[in-house]
Design a protein. Structure first.
Length: 82
């Protein structure tokens, strides 16, 4: 679909037809990503959930790897007061 940028005060606007919004599934809060020559609109909630899920899943794995006596010994010289 080709459309035009519309001037509104000091900004530009793009109107997104209802049919495109329905097809995209976008609703509520969105995130705008920018690259040269491109503006991408993605759902903010799905991205945030994905990041949260990754963080939570990583925590247990990192805990197993880092919570060992060898790690404590390796980092001891960098801890304040030691």
């Amino acid at each position: 679909m080709i459309t035009s940028l519309i001037s509104i005060a000091n900004s530009k606007e793009v109107r997104v037809p209802k049919s495109l919004l329905k097809q995209s599934g976008l609703d509520g809060e969105v995130e705008i990503k920018v690259k040269k020559g491109e503006i991408k609109i993605v759902s903010a909630s799905s991205k945030n959930n994905s990041v949260l899920d990754t963080m939570l899943l990583s925590e247990k794995t990192l805990g197993v790897d880092w919570n060992r006596p060898e790690e404590d010994e390796a980092w001891a010289s960098l801890q304040s007061g030691k």
